[in-house]
Design a protein around this ligand. Structure first.
Ligand code: ZN
Length: 344
């Protein structure tokens, strides 16, 4: 996967950082008050902005015209960072450089002064380091030179030795909410001259389950396959999803006791040659969302107002036990063998 769009649209300032406002806020505060830590631990799922934030921090630390903690993006240092040729940013992928030698050579470099204000070491997937490498790293973290900032990024923070973790200021990166991912995708579409139905962008964001990198790469793929004008149907087809709204309809029919309508709908899905197992998964997902809304919860992080209202209307007069029974029935039913099982 070339990740062309993802690279092109990486955030250039903390304000652009999607879905991680708490991180952006704390870091810009630290930058504007001169309280930047010597070591940071960025923990969280893949594709949520850990590496991008590390690079942003490196850029902001070395920017000669920083405003309110934000890099200017025009000074010579910022330009070097944007072009990916900054001498003061040293990135190490611990997944492929796990050993003591890499950390030793890193420790040797730490001794040299930066060409700008700070040398920033960004170690990705840091939990992959060997014990010997961790020990070497620990020595550096124990006596950090004043001009050095370490950023340790990991998807599995629990695998880090406590001695390392305790020397870092920790940030937990959360999964990107659907609404924030959609907003970023909209920005990319605008910049790239794509037109894409908003329901299609929402579907892409939902499929990416909180990873902005996955969402952006999916958009990239769709545009490569279908061109610059994307419809909901194309995105559905591209994602291998059932090509219609029938799972949502059946969920509602199941709650209404209309046996005939339910059976007819299942038959039509089967006759269209669609994957009934996938259809059933989507059904259960829809019922789960209905139950969440009925219980006063958000079905998804960042659910749109429109969808929420739609779900609320669907369950307004449905008692909770009925929803639970439907969920149970759908969970156990084998639609292929016996669609009537749903109504047992
Ligand atoms: Zn600058």
């Amino acid at each position: 996967m070339p990740e062309i769009l993802y690279r092109k649209w990486r955030p250039r300032s903390f304000g652009d950082l999607a879905g991680q406002e708490h991180v952006a806020q704390t870091l810009t505060n630290a930058l504007s008050t001169g309280r930047v830590a010597h070591a940071y631990l960025f923990a969280g799922p893949r594709g949520t902005g850990k590496t991008s934030t590390g690079r942003l921090l490196g850029k902001a630390l070395n920017c000669t015209d920083r405003r309110d903690g934000e890099p200017c993006n025009v000074c010579p240092s910022c330009v070097d960072f944007l072009a990916g040729r900054a001498m003061d940013l040293i990135e190490l992928d611990a997944a492929s450089n796990r050993g003591i030698d890499e950390i030793r050579s890193l420790r040797e470099k730490v001794a040299f002064a930066p060409s700008g204000d700070y040398k920033v070491y960004l170690i990705d997937e840091v939990h992959m380091l060997t014990d010997a490498a961790f020990n070497a790293l620990l020595k550096t973290l124990e006596e950090p030179p004043p001009h050095v900032v370490f950023i340790l990024a990991t998807t599995e923070a629990h695998k880090l030795p406590a001695t390392i973790a305790s020397r870092c200021q920790r940030f937990d990166f959360r999964r990107i909410p659907v609404a924030a991912a959609v907003a970023t995708l909209e920005k990319i579409c605008e910049g790239e001259g794509f037109t894409c139905e908003s329901a299609a962008l929402e579907l892409i964001a939902r499929s990416a389950t909180g990873s902005l990198r996955d969402a952006t790469n999916l958009l990239d793929q769709m545009a490569t396959s279908y061109g610059k004008q994307l419809t909901l149907d194309q995105v559905r087809a591209g994602l291998g999803l059932i090509g219609d709204e029938r799972s949502g309809s059946l969920a509602r029919i199941a709650l209404s006791d209309d046996l005939g309508a339910g059976l007819a709908l299942i038959a039509s899905v089967r006759d269209d040659g669609l994957d009934l197992r996938q259809f059933q998964k989507e059904l259960i997902e829809e019922l789960r969302a209905l139950l969440m809304v009925k219980s006063g919860l958000d079905p998804d992080e960042g659910v749109t107002q429109e969808r929420r209202r739609d779900l609320e209307a669907a369950v307004a007069s449905v008692p909770v036990p009925r929803l639970l029974a439907a969920l149970r029935a759908f969970g156990e039913a084998d639609l292929k063998q016996d669609p009537r099982a749903l109504y047992a």
